[in-house]
Design a protein around this ligand. Structure first.
Ligand code: FPP
Length: 256
């Protein structure tokens, strides 16, 4: 753990829960990392300090997911709606995200993590776009944790994009409308080839999915944590994984 004021401010919680057995773990976990702003405001700090602290929490959670053998992890880092925040906050977030990709890429690569960016990258500044494309390129052959980072992302926009691609294939005579299936749509999502989301965790106390992974999360188990994201730790994750392991998933069927 790095020695900096943000690291010290992040609450430390004891690791009191044991991890559930591997077969009870979700294959794909999605995180809505909410509460950075409130975490900072509560401490009299600018919102950007909350995002910086949130980046520390993210580091710990990526490491843990990779170490325990989670197949896919998706994070909501910047939504299409987040452009509506102050120029100062958007600028601070952009800086953090670019720096993150520069400072973490070696460790992520060593850990065999494969990075996928979900979202439309065109509106990002050139320098940042280059660091994102570079992160995907460097890690593209990795076979460990698949880390999907949603940037300028919206769940509906992702479905619309897939629908357009299918329509184009039909117009080109490559596909018949009757051949369109759920599987075909899944292949056109950013997460093609990955399992659907088993567990969606949202921190910060609000209980909604906010346009995140609407297609992949169709049968996701939902956990809403009151904890603000910067205070989310390995111990909280283990608690959430135990909650997930205790649930009965029926996928619309009846219990056997
Ligand atoms: C929501 O909290 C969080 C975000 C909009 C940004 C999430 C970004 C990070 C955790 C760090 C950067 C990401 C990477 C990939 C390095 P909020 O600001 O809406 O909090 P509030 O609800 O308390 O206002």
């Amino acid at each position: 753990m790095r020695f900096n004021p943000i690291t010290i401010l992040r609450k430390k919680t004891a690791n009191t829960h044991d991890m559930p057995p591997k077969e009870k773990l979700p294959r794909h976990i999605a995180f809505i990392m909410d509460g950075n702003g409130r975490w900072a405001t509560k401490r009299g700090l600018p919102r950007s300090a909350g995002h910086a602290a949130g980046t520390e929490a993210l580091r710990e959670i990526i490491r843990t997911c990779s170490d325990i053998g989670i197949e896919s992890m998706s994070i909501y880092a910047f939504s299409t709606e987040n452009w509506g925040r102050s120029a100062e906050e958007v600028g601070a977030l952009m800086k953090l995200i670019s720096r993150y990709f520069v400072s973490e890429i070696d460790e992520l690569n060593e850990k065999n993590v494969k990075i996928t960016i979900m979202g439309e990258l065109d509106p990002f500044p050139e320098e940042q776009k280059a660091s994102l494309v570079n992160a995907m390129e460097i890690t593209k052959a990795n076979t460990g944790l698949k880390l999907n980072i949603a940037l300028n992302y919206g769940g509906r926009a992702e479905i619309v994009r897939a629908a357009r691609l299918l329509a184009q294939s039909c117009a080109d005579g490559m596909l018949k409308p009757s051949e369109i299936s759920g599987e075909k749509l899944s292949e056109l999502m950013y997460t093609a080839g990955q399992p659907d989301v088993d567990l969606l965790i949202r921190t910060g106390g609000d209980e909604r999915v906010s346009n995140f992974m609407l297609w992949q999360g169709w049968y996701a188990e939902l956990i809403f944590e009151k904890t603000y994201w910067p205070d989310y730790s390995k111990a909280t994750l283990i608690k959430n994984l135990n909650e997930y392991a205790s649930r009965e998933r029926r996928f619309g069927k009846v219990k056997k």
